[in-house]
Ligand binder design. Structure first.
Ligand code: PSV
Ligand code: MN
Length: 439
């Protein structure tokens, strides 16, 4: 196997350092200035930079290739051919942006008969594995483990044999995850109905609980089971786990280590997601996130491109919980995006930084002042307190955190200068454009 990490400068420390050298003086000045601004507000910039440096968000393996819609997929040069190529691309993302030390796999898309070899390959590129995801939302032709169709559902199918097949797949995902060093399984199903009357809501939900309980029974010690809800698509009338209420009911019925995962694109328009986050924290049922952004529905756009304030408000709740609960508060952070028109490596690097930005800004909120404004019913100043944190340009903090871990001050510029995409394009034959392909 051609070792791409040796044949492009994207991984070369001296190349990255030379690129950084051109920006380092300006960055140092900007950082010092920001430090002074924050000091006036009683904030130690080093505390924020150190927390940002420790913050990681997992990269989804399925986002390394070009995404698509129901209408078309436009492949780009050098798309990963298999999970090892995906790991190479994710390694570039982490090497240059320094924020994605783990990868979230999806089975059977990332099927491997030798997870130990994959784990070693990932480790050699400085990567570990986050939650594993099970795919029973499409058929897998030719895969002997999935002879039965999921057209009418998986974990909630009316046929017990299909349910058993879907349960078995989830259990296999856990086994693969164990070999990889993962600690959680995320379950999202597309089960639901396209027509009123198609499905008995109550019975389908009961079948879901029963199936998830069977999966939960196989959960190893120290593992968690994440239930991901989504309002619609592919079921356009009703989805079995369509909202956080259904997800919470199910998680409570299944057990302590079963929690609710919040994908930012999976809500009704204008829903107050930060409030859902607060409620799940209250119930001790917040599993974590699939970060992305959207304008209309489950758009799977890059985190922070449409509504960075919403992302900030979510992190405002998370930082509040972190302050209250300490180290025990540890949600899983993952990206889940579809890169239809950008180079996925560039999108993943910038998205990870957007998530870090929201985290850094949320740490700047003057919580004592906010609490006083809330107590004294001063909505204007309460809102201004949040805004003051949100409008603070934390770019020097993010860039300094990257520099300190020998990543790139400007990841996209270094990536482009490295010629990585052209190098992999020479190695990896183009994939046919095919039909649609929502990820
Ligand atoms: C479904 O839209 C979803 O958000 C789930 O997380 C899936 O696992 C992922 O996208 C990929 O299809
Ligand atoms: Mn998701």
């Amino acid at each position: 196997m051609n070792d791409i990490t040796k044949s492009t400068p994207a991984f070369d420390q001296s190349f990255i350092a030379a690129q950084n050298a051109r920006l380092a003086d300006d960055l140092a000045r900007d950082y010092e200035h920001l430090g002074a601004v924050l000091r006036r507000r009683g904030i130690d910039i080093e505390t924020i930079t150190s927390a940002v440096g420790k913050f990681g968000v997992a990269a989804p393996s399925w986002a390394a290739g070009s995404g698509g819609t129901r209408f078309a997929r436009f492949p780009m040069a050098g798309e990963p051919r298999h999970i090892f190529d995906k790991m190479d691309d994710c390694a570039v993302v982490n090497r240059l942006a320094g924020a994605t030390p783990a990868v979230s796999l999806h089975f059977p898309w990332d099927e491997t008969e030798d997870p130990h070899a994959l784990r070693a390959y990932a480790a050699s590129r400085g990567l570990g594995f986050d939650a594993v995801n099970s795919n029973t939302f499409q058929d897998h032709p030719g895969n002997a483990r999935h002879p039965l169709s999921y057209k009418y559902g998986s974990l909630t199918h009316t046929d017990p044999a299909v349910r058993a097949q879907a349960v078995a797949h989830n259990v296999r995902c856990i086994e693969l995850g164990e070999a990889l060093g993962s600690k959680a399984l995320t379950v999202w199903i597309g089960d639901g109905a396209n027509f009123p009357g198609q499905q008995h809501f109550g019975k389908a939900f009961e079948r879901y609980i029963e199936s998830v309980q069977a999966v939960y029974a196989k959960l190893p010690a120290g593992w968690q089971l994440f239930l991901e809800h989504k309002m619609y698509e592919p079921a356009f009338y009703a989805t079995v786990i369509q909202d956080w209420g259904s997800s919470l009911l199910a998680a409570q019925a299944v057990g302590k280590n079963c929690k609710c995962l919040v994908d930012l694109g999976h809500h009704a328009p204008n829903v107050n997601i930060e409030m859902i986050v607060s409620r799940l924290i209250y119930a001790d049922k917040l599993a974590g996130f699939h970060f992305n952004d959207s304008k209309y529905g489950d758009d799977d756009l890059d985190a922070g491109v449409i509504d960075p304030y919403r992302l900030f408000l979510i992190f405002n709740e998370l930082v509040d919980a972190e302050r209250n609960q300490g180290a025990g508060f540890n949600p899983a952070y993952m990206l889940d995006q579809s890169h239809n028109v950008t180079d996925p490596i560039e999108s993943l690097m910038t998205s990870a930084a957007e998530v870090q930005r929201a985290y850094a800004q949320a740490m700047l909120v003057d919580r004592e002042a906010l609490a006083a404004y809330q107590t004294n019913n001063d909505p204007l100043m309460a809102s201004q307190t949040l805004k003051q944190a949100f409008v603070t340009d934390v770019q020097p903090i993010l860039a300094t955190a990257r520099l300190r871990k020998a990543a790139a001050i400007d990841p996209v510029a270094v990536y482009r200068a490295s010629g990585y995409r052209a190098a992999v394009a020479r190695l990896r034959p183009a994939k046919p454009s095919g039909g649609g392909g929502i990820v």
